[in-house]
Design a protein around this ligand. Structure first.
Ligand code: ZN
Length: 340
């Protein structure tokens, strides 16, 4: 199928599962009741995605509170009591973060059961998202490794163990989320992409990286306002990314100031074109989605374009996110008829 739609990853938690419209929501249940509620939420979103015409579906991150810490919670080497204040994304905002105090180890699977559950409940291609090594390192304080690059490589190794296991559960696409790639462009070229490739080593399924300007939260909206008329951060990293072994790149194109021509730098990749703005509660018209796809077509062949959301939709109201899923599916369908 031409223009198969997919999403960047997260979807809102239903109001009966967790606090709504929060990036770090509190769960409303505990123990077995919580696990059952998470599965119910994942089922709902799988169905919503299928009904909306999304071709590569995911769990909407219903099983984790946050896209980074959901993975980290089950690793050893991290002290969750030792919270260190840290400027995140080059001091865009400050948060109290856990501290790495010893070697990072993955003693047990993290998301395997969740992937198996989703696999059992959809016949669509299944995507699973994991935080990328650089973004993990930008969300933790280091009191053990001494060098960011070394810590990133340690995380890349455990991510790789996890990714291979998810693949074995029948996951078709493993996507690493690297919003930090748009912030530390020198480091991306020095070690960020190498760490990403380490995380993806040996995978036979499709591999993807998502690089964005962040969730539609206030700190990010203010940061974007300082980036000028054209956002050209991607230009610094796409050439090396295009030379890497990662097969797909997800980027932000809807209502952003990223020049669409930058996807011309990804001539060997499948491009997940962000055609849904996650910083606005206005649900797009299918025509607007199709128009973004049309723009992308000027710089990449149709076979390499997958319509996507700019970023995760976790902080949005549930009905808005559902509406945006339908707009994405309908827009891709329209583009197939008009441009295919
Ligand atoms: Zn994102």
């Amino acid at each position: 199928m031409l223009f198969p739609p997919t999403i960047a990853g997260s979807l809102p938690k239903p109001a009966w599962l967790a606090e709504t419209e929060r990036l770090w929501p509190k769960w409303l249940h505990e123990g077995a009741a919580l696990e059952a509620a998470k599965r119910d939420a994942a089922l709902i979103w799988l169905k919503e995605q299928e009904d909306a015409g999304i071709e590569i579906v995911c769990d909407g991150e219903q099983f984790r509170r946050h896209f980074v810490h959901g993975f980290l919670e089950r690793l050893s080497g991290i002290d969750w009591e030792l919270m260190t204040p840290m400027g995140i994304r080059n001091n865009r905002y400050v948060a109290d973060v856990p501290t790495v105090t010893g070697p990072i180890r993955r003693d047990q699977p993290v998301h395997a059961q969740e992937a198996a559950f989703c696999r059992a409940h959809t016949r669509k291609k299944l995507k699973f998202t994991l935080p990328g090594p650089m973004t993990i390192c930008d969300t933790l304080a280091d009191a053990h490794y001494g060098k960011r690059a070394d810590m990133a490589m340690a995380f890349a190794e455990v991510l790789n163990q996890e990714a291979l296991e998810l693949e074995a559960e029948g996951v078709n696409v493993i996507q690493f989320d690297e919003p930090a790639f748009n912030v530390f462009m020198d480091e991306v070229n020095e070690w960020g992409i190498a760490a990403l490739e380490r995380a993806a080593r040996g995978l036979k399924c499709t591999t993807a990286v998502h690089i964005c300007y962040g969730y539609g939260i206030e700190a990010n909206i203010q940061w974007k306002a300082t980036l000028g008329e054209e956002w050209r951060q991607y230009e610094r990293i796409f050439p090396a990314l295009n030379a890497s072994g990662i097969q797909q790149v997800s980027l932000e194109c809807a209502n952003s100031r990223v020049p669409m021509s930058l996807i011309g730098l990804l001539s060997d990749k499948v491009v997940l074109v962000g055609a849904i703005d996650v910083a606005s509660t206005k649900v797009e018209e299918p025509e607007a989605v199709a128009a973004v796809i049309g723009e992308a077509l000027k710089h990449a062949e149709a076979e390499r374009i997958q319509p996507c959301t700019n970023c995760g939709m976790a902080p949005l109201p549930r009905e808005v996110a559902a509406g945006k899923l339908r707009a994405l599916g309908a827009g891709a369908e329209l583009a197939r008829r008009q441009l295919g």
